[in-house]
Design a protein around this ligand. Structure first.
Ligand SMILES: N[C@@H](CCC(=O)N[C@@H](CS)C(=O)NCC(=O)O)C(=O)O
Length: 206
């Protein structure tokens, strides 16, 4: 059984997608970051940087209990655990890792700044808004050029796609629009249609 500590944010949906796609038995434990639940000492034992998502795998390697945070690391761990959505071939795996890291470390991190400065911040800072707007458009262009010649980010649908999907879905579709990014739209719509993705983006199970 895997406990998945999460909330309704870009990163929060990513392990839910992987857990639904792989069918691993899991429990969703909501951590309401709007109410600062991530600052509770018991949660910070699992995620020292007080960030969701985090997981506790009660059936880790050799029966160990594995506690971890950082979305990219969690997706990789679950890929290695199941052998699903994380290719065994070293060359394809290297490409999945490249896009997984780009998605987690660059794309989502900068898209979050776009979300903060252009959508949520009550203080308006036009230079920051312009900077992150241009930045998000540039990154969507980078994704679009890759997807012009590739169905997914690393061969078949993988954890690299799962990490990239959230901010395309949230900010690409809703805030920027995908009309200038036809390849991203094709890729986004194919992923959105997957039943596991629909479940992962649905309400928390009661
Ligand atoms: N690098 C981390 C970032 C996770 C992150 O940004 N989590 C946000 C929600 S999406 C959060 O928990 N923020 C609350 C806080 O920092 O206190 C990852 O990839 O998992």
């Amino acid at each position: 059984m895997i406990d998945c500590y999460t909330w309704t944010t870009d990163n929060g949906y990513k392990p839910r997608m992987m857990l639904e796609e792989t069918g691993l038995p899991h429990r969703i434990i909501p951590v309401n970051i709007r109410e600062k639940a991530q600052m509770k000492p018991e949660f910070m034992k699992i995620s020292p940087g007080h960030k969701i998502p985090a997981i506790v795998d009660h059936d880790g390697p050799g029966g160990a209990t594995v506690t971890m945070c950082e979305t990219g690391a969690i997706l990789k761990y679950l890929g290695e655990k199941t052998g699903k959505f994380y290719p065994a071939d070293p060359v394809t795996r290297a490409k999945v890792d490249q896009w997984l890291f780009y998605g987690s470390a660059t794309f989502t991190t900068l898209a979050q700044q776009f979300g903060h400065w252009t959508i949520r911040s009550p203080v308006k800072a036009p230079p920051a808004q312009e900077f992150y707007d241009a930045n998000l458009r540039d990154m969507l262009g980078i994704l679009d050029r890759h997807l012009a010649d590739n169905e997914y980010f690393g061969g078949a649908y993988s954890i690299a796609d799962m990490t990239m999907y959230s901010d395309v879905h949230i900010h690409g579709v809703n805030d920027i629009g995908l009309k200038d990014y036809a390849n991203v739209k094709r890729w986004h719509d194919a992923i959105e249609a997957r039943p596991a993705v629909q479940r992962a983006w649905g309400p928390f199970p009661s």
